[in-house]
Design a protein around this ligand. Structure first.
Ligand code: LHQ
Length: 261
């Protein structure tokens, strides 16, 4: 049986591929273990400066593998434990990683699969992809951060309609609503994602990571708190090698060579 999760490092970019194409990459416990380890590696390995998350085959991810959490089997299915042990740590790891995470949504993203994509920093989707808050069809609420991400990204009106109806949202519409960054031609998705990731990985990644943290903090901070955070962070970055290199390169009219330090 092939590995349910593939990883590859190229030019400073860790590419993670969900790899159960016949089940539209629905999540199993095994996949959770592997993806947690991959994000832990992204955190600790200085040579990794950006991450791409995508799926193999025609789907991105159909959420939880429902055959693994089937209440009809007579077992007790404690979804609180499933979320606390698997999904929540994954979403927290992505948000806490001080490196950019690009999601290349290659096909349908349903249930926790959709919300996994929305937890990433820059979401590109193939034009054939769609986002489905499938939870309503099985009597659940959006999880994996979905109630939070949807509300913050597209507002209560659209969040409620998508979540209550489980209607599929096309990649184009998702882009128009600001749910994702860009909808791209199917055959250009991976090249666009890789070009973007390589560009970020070669950039001033210390500052890019801090940018991620500051923008995320803005969701709950007041302007006053945010101004303080900006001053604090900028003070730190002002002492970085990347800042010195960036300014030198500008003044010497040459490309900068950033090290993420
Ligand atoms: C699947 C799945 C799947 C297993 C497709 N599981 N096999 C967290 C905590 C704990 C428990 C509960 O959940 C959660 C979070 C969640 O994610 S809840 C939401 C779970 N996901 C869903 O409800 C989505 C279920 N899937 C679908 O509605 C459809 O498959 C979509 C709309 C995604 C795609 O439809 P189609 O393009 O028509 O493909 P398909 O339905 O024919 O699926 C292809 C194969 O994938 C099929 O297997 P088969 O052997 O018949 O070819 C499906 O059974 C399998 N598959 N999703 N979640």
């Amino acid at each position: 049986m092939s590995e349910p999760l593939l990883t590859e490092v190229r030019d400073g970019v860790l590419e993670i591929t969900l790899n159960r194409p016949d089940q539209l990459n629905a999540f199993t416990v095994e996949m959770h273990k592997l993806i947690r380890a991959a994000f832990e590696r992204a955190k600790t390995d200085d040579d990794i400066r950006a991450v791409i998350l995508t799926g193999a085959g025609r789907g991105f991810c159909a959420g939880q593998d429902l055959s693994e959490r089937d209440p009809g089997k007579g077992e007790i299915v404690d979804l609180k434990v499933t979320l606390s042990t698997n999904y929540n740590p994954l979403i927290r790891a992505i948000r806490a990683l001080e490196k950019p995470v690009i999601c290349a949504v290659n096909g349908v993203a349903a249930g926790a699969g959709a919300n996994l994509a929305l937890a990433c920093d820059i979401v590109l989707a193939a034009e054939s992809a769609k986002f489905i808050q499938a939870f309503a069809k099985i009597g659940l609420i959006p999880d994996a951060g979905g109630t939070w991400s949807l509300t913050h990204l597209i507002g209560e009106t659209r969040a409620k309609a998508l979540a209550m109806t489980a209607m599929p949202l096309s990649a184009k519409q998702a882009e128009e609503w600001g749910l994702i960054f860009r909808c791209v031609a199917n055959d250009e998705l991976m090249s666009e994602a890789r070009t973007l990731a390589e560009q970020l990985a070669a950039g001033a990644t210390l500052g890019i990571g801090k940018t991620k943290m500051a923008i995320q903090a803005a969701t709950t901070n007041t302007l006053d708190e945010q101004l303080d955070l900006e001053a604090e962070t900028q003070g730190e970055l002002g002492r970085s090698e990347d800042f010195r290199e960036g300014v030198n390169a500008f003044l010497q009219k040459r490309p900068a060579r950033f090290q993420g330090k």
